[in-house]
Design a protein around this ligand. Structure first.
Ligand code: NAP
Length: 259
C-alpha cells in the first residue's frame, strides 16, 4: 500500500534506537525526508547512515536532548515546517511514589508531557495552513493499563493524552491529526533493561524472566520495532485523515478488555 507521503518532511524524536528508529525506518521506506534526533551522536549518525543507504532519502541527524527548550530549538531549526511529527523520548524511571520528590515529577512531566506539547505548538499552525499534518505521540500501554512501579510514566503521559484528546478535535477539519501509539512490551534496549532489573530482583536468569513475560502475553512474544514503525507510518499516511485523537494499544492483547 502506498501511503501517499513520498517527499513529505518528518521530525522523528528519540530515533537512534528502539521504537523511534522503527518509526523512522517505516517513514523512510515511504520516501519521507527525515530529521531524526537522540542525545548520543554516534548511534544517531549510524542510524541516519543506515536509513540513507537503505532508502535513499535525505536524513538529517540532530544530536540533542528533546526534553529541553534548547534541544527542541535545534530540532526545529533543522526542520521548521514538518508535515509529520513523531513525539518520543526516554521513559521516566521506575520506583515507589514515596521516593519521588517534586524534582522527579517535574522531570517526568517535562519529558513526557511538556516536550511533545511544545513541539506540537511550534508546528501545528503551519500544518493547518498547508491542510496536511500527522502527529503521532509515542506514549505507553500504561496510559490505559497503569503499571504500579511506573507511576511517573502513568501520570505524565496521561496529562499529554488528556490535552491531545481536546486539541485533536479542534484541528481535525484541517486534515491535521494527532493520535497516540501505546506500546506494551517491545524488544528494545528499554525492555532489555527492565528484564535485567527483573532478573536481579528475582534471582532468575534474564532469559527465564523474558520467557515468563513472553508466555504471559496473548501473542506469546514481544513486539518488534518494525511492527511498531509500520503502525506509525500508517497513522502518518494520506489515508489516515479520519483517525483522530485515538490511543492505539500495541501490546499483543495484554490489556484484557472487551474494548
Ligand atoms: P530505547 O530502545 O531505549 O530507545 C530510546 C531512544 O530514545 C534512543 O534512541 C535514545 O537515544 C533516545 N532518547 C532517550 N532520551 C532522549 C532525550 N531526552 N532526547 C532525545 N532522545 C532521547 O527505548 P524504546 O523502547 O524505544 O522506548 C521509547 C519510548 O516508549 C520510551 O518513552 C519508553 O518508555 C516507551 N515505552 C517503551 C516500551 C517498550 O517495551 N519498549 C513499552 C512502553 C513504553 P539517546 O539515549 O542517545 O538519547
Amino acid at each position: 500500500m502506498d501511503l501517499g507521503i513520498k517527499g513529505r518532511k518528518a521530525i522523528v524524536c528519540a530515533a537512534s534506537k528502539g521504537l523511534g528508529k522503527g518509526c523512522a525506518q517505516a517513514l523512510a521506506a515511504e520516501g519521507v525526508e527525515l530529521v531524526i534526533n537522540a542525545r548520543g551522536a554516534d548511534a544517531l549518525e549510524a542510524t541516519a547512515g543506515e536509513l540513507r543507504a537503505k532508502h535513499g532519502v535525505k536524513v538529517t541527524a540532530v544530536a540533542c536532548d528533546v526534553t529541553t527548550a534548547e534541544g527542541r530549538a535545534k530540532l526545529l531549526a533543522a526542520c521548521p515546517d514538518p508535515d509529520i511529527l513523531v513525539n518520543n523520548a526516554g521513559g521516566p524511571p521506575p520506583g515507589d511514589f514515596r521516593e519521588w520528590d517534586e524534582k522527579a515529577w517535574h522531570a517526568a512531566v517535562e519529558a513526557n508531557m511538556i516536550a511533545p506539547i511544545m513541539l506540537i505548538r511550534a508546528t501545528v499552525d503551519a500544518m493547518i495552513a498547508r491542510r496536511f499534518g500527522r502527529i503521532v505521540n509515542i506514549t505507553s500501554a500504561a496510559v490505559k493499563n497503569p503499571i504500579p512501579f511506573l507511576g511517573l510514566s502513568n501520570g505524565a503521559r496521561a496529562g499529554l493524552t488528556g490535552f491531545v484528546a481536546g486539541l485533536s478535535r479542534q484541528i481535525a477539519r484541517h486534515n491535521v491529526t494527532i493520535n497516540a501509539l501505546l506500546p506494551g512490551p517491545f524488544e528494545t534496549d528499554r525492555l532489555r533493561a527492565t528484564l535485567a532489573a527483573g532478573s536481579k530482583s528475582s534471582g532468575k536468569s534474564v532469559e527465564e524472566v523474558a520467557d515468563e513475560r513472553r508466555k504471559a502475553n496473548p501473542a506469546g512474544r514481544f513486539g518488534t520495532a518494525e511492527e511498531f514503525g509500520a503502525a506509525c507510518a500508517f497513522l502518518c499516511g494520506a489515508q489516515a485523515g479520519y483517525i483522530v485523537g485515538q490511543n492505539i494499544v500495541l501490546d499483543g492483547g495484554a490489556f484484557n478488555g472487551t474494548m
